[in-house]
Design a protein around this ligand. Structure first.
Ligand code: SF4
Length: 171
């Protein structure tokens, strides 16, 4: 009896962000169902507590890096991912969190938290590409649903995605 070819594995990760780009993925409707039948979703912590250890064929990464723990986590995800796609303004440019790069982060912390001494963070919020090599960036806040479906469809078909020129693709 012929065995089915393995489906490419997909992982979806969140860093400092509002979840809006991940919601774009969940909001892809029929297109997502069609893709999901051809992909193996190995990790999607926002949607399921089942997280496989990888390696992953593709990791989609939302959010910017704002803590030492996140910096270590993205390096680990990179090491376990064949392709890493940064999705959205937070992941590709730091997002709204990066406004603190223009000010004193200790001052912000003191204004927001009653006990700022318990809150640890980096002085800046930086894009994923400041920490690890990124294969593709999807811009927007949130990302464009059609572009996301195009990227996943292209990866499944083994072709380069057809995206606007401002998207950065190392393929
Ligand atoms: Fe939310 Fe915009 Fe960041 Fe996406 S890019 S996670 S929509 S703030």
């Amino acid at each position: 009896m012929a065995t089915e070819p393995a489906r490419p594995s997909l992982a979806v990760w969140k860093f400092a962000s509002c979840d809006g780009c991940q919601l774009t993925l969940l909001d892809c409707g029929d297109a997502l169902l069609t893709l999901a039948a051809r992909l193996h979703i190995a990790a999607f912590p926002e949607a399921s507590s089942m997280i496989e250890p990888g390696p992953y064929d593709v990791s989609l990464v939302e959010g910017s890096i704002t803590t030492e723990e996140d910096a270590a986590r993205i390096r680990d995800i990179r090491a376990r991912s064949t392709l890493l796609v940064a999705i959205g303004a937070c992941a590709t440019a730091g997002g709204i969190q990066a406004l603190r790069d223009l000010a004193d982060v200790d001052e912000f912390r003191a204004q927001v938290y009653p006990h700022p001494e318990y809150v640890r963070s980096l002085a800046t919020a930086t894009p994923i590409s400041a920490h690890v090599p990124v294969d593709l960036e999807l811009h927007g806040c949130p990302i464009d649903r059609g572009q996301l479906v195009e990227v996943l469809g292209a990866l499944l078909a083994g072709r380069k995605p057809d995206l606007p020129v401002h998207s950065v693709c190392a393929q």
